[in-house]
Write a protein of this length. Structure first.
Length: 380
């Protein structure tokens, strides 16, 4: 299922605007948020958000990636263009695009290689994966890889291939691509800059693999033992063991568990997945649950990679498409309100505060349906 991303009528040029408080004076951190037609920066002091930049941009930058000190890469989910901006955090201020490129349509996710010289874009709309050389702040297309697997059984969600996310494994060599439309996890081998497809892994029919994480994670991890995905359609979390072989990276299913602690609501849709820094807690978001608020489910992760569901926490809004873990907090982007950007405190055991410690209302993002943050991440 693709949650609608409405086009915003804006001019051809990027418009820059800054909130009344231009400087980061809270002594806290900065949080980056993006949605259709907008890129925001807010200061976060642990108990409140203060918006310091609200930049109007063309298209739908529903996924962005920031590289210190000032590079911001952005997709356009409603088009086929990829953009690089300068983002000055001291202002903060967003430039006009400094580089642009035309690639696959409907890209919804970006992933770097280890040294950030290559950028992989997942083209949900086109059914393809783009690999870019981004050295010297330019875009040079290396390869476009077509997803050609047999389609899943759920119409219209699986009427075409829909690569939704690529994930670089801890070795740095392989990228796995979750294809919601074909119920496949593609494996791309980046060795020698060849970017060749290896044998894919088929999920259960009607899973709709959306996003995934390798386990364990960390700067000192060189090989994964497991890979975990959230199925958007079936609302399951699936765990695979990982093996590294001459033929490529191989995934073998070891567990399937509901993304809900209790009964799955009919029509619900899995969203995001994230692993805690200490590799002991997994989080997933559940959308379209039918309640006044959607939620995030917390799982305990055993050393063998198996999961145990612990609890659910309401997100304070609807359609938590993306969330991310920051320093002592979990940040949620609800595409519908009432609360659009939300921060929860993290306890030592990984549990979330039952009430948000900070939030921004949907009105701060224009107030229109689906215009809450599609992307949210703490930068510093």
């Amino acid at each position: 299922m693709k949650i609608p991303v409405k086009p915003m009528a804006v001019g051809a040029a990027t418009l820059r605007s800054r909130a009344p408080c231009p400087n980061n004076t809270t002594g806290g951190s900065q949080v980056l948020m993006a949605t259709t037609g907008q890129i925001h920066i807010a200061d976060f002091d642990g108990s409140s958000f203060t918006t310091t930049m609200n930049a109007t941009v063309t298209g739908a930058p529903t996924w962005v990636e920031f590289v210190q000190p000032n590079k911001l890469y952005a997709v356009n989910e409603n088009g086929d263009d990829l953009r690089l901006f300068n983002l000055d955090l001291s202002g903060p201020e967003l430039s006009e695009p400094v580089a642009t490129a035309t690639g696959s349509s409907g890209v919804v996710h970006l992933e770097f290689n280890k040294d950030k010289t290559r950028l992989v874009g997942s083209g949900y709309g086109a059914g393809t994966v783009d690999v870019w050389n981004i050295e010297n702040d330019q875009f040079t297309l290396i390869k476009t890889i077509e997803s050609t697997g047999e389609l899943g059984p759920v119409d219209p969600n699986q009427a075409a291939p829909h690569p939704h996310q690529s994930v670089n494994d801890p070795s740095g060599r392989y990228f796995v691509v979750n294809d919601l439309g074909t119920d496949e996890i593609l494996v791309i081998d980046s060795a020698d800059d060849a970017w060749e497809l290896r044998t894919p892994t088929k999920t259960a029919a009607g899973c709709g693999p959306r996003h995934g994480v390798f386990y364990p994670s960390g700067a000192d991890v060189t090989e994964a033992t497991h890979y975990m995905i959230i199925c958007e359609i079936s609302n399951d979390v699936v765990v695979y063991s990982v093996s590294y072989e001459d033929a490529g990276l191989t995934l073998t299913e070891t567990q399937t568990i509901s993304s809900f602690v209790g009964t799955k609501p009919q029509g619900a849709a899995g969203g995001e997945i994230a692993l805690s820094d200490d590799n002991t807690v997994l989080y997933v978001s559940n959308r379209l649950t039918g309640g006044d608020s959607d939620n995030i489910t917390r799982f305990q992760v055993a050393q063998d990679g198996s999961l145990t569901a612990l609890d659910e926490t309401p997100t304070g809004g609807l359609l938590p498409r993306m969330f991310s873990l920051g320093t002592g907090h979990l940040f949620v982007g609800n595409q519908n309100g009432p609360d659009a950007a939300v921060a929860f405190a993290l306890s030592e055991d990984g549990s979330l505060s039952q009430e948000a410690v900070a939030s921004l209302p949907l009105a701060d993002f224009g107030g229109a349906e689906f215009f809450g943050p599609a992307y949210i991440k703490q930068l510093n």
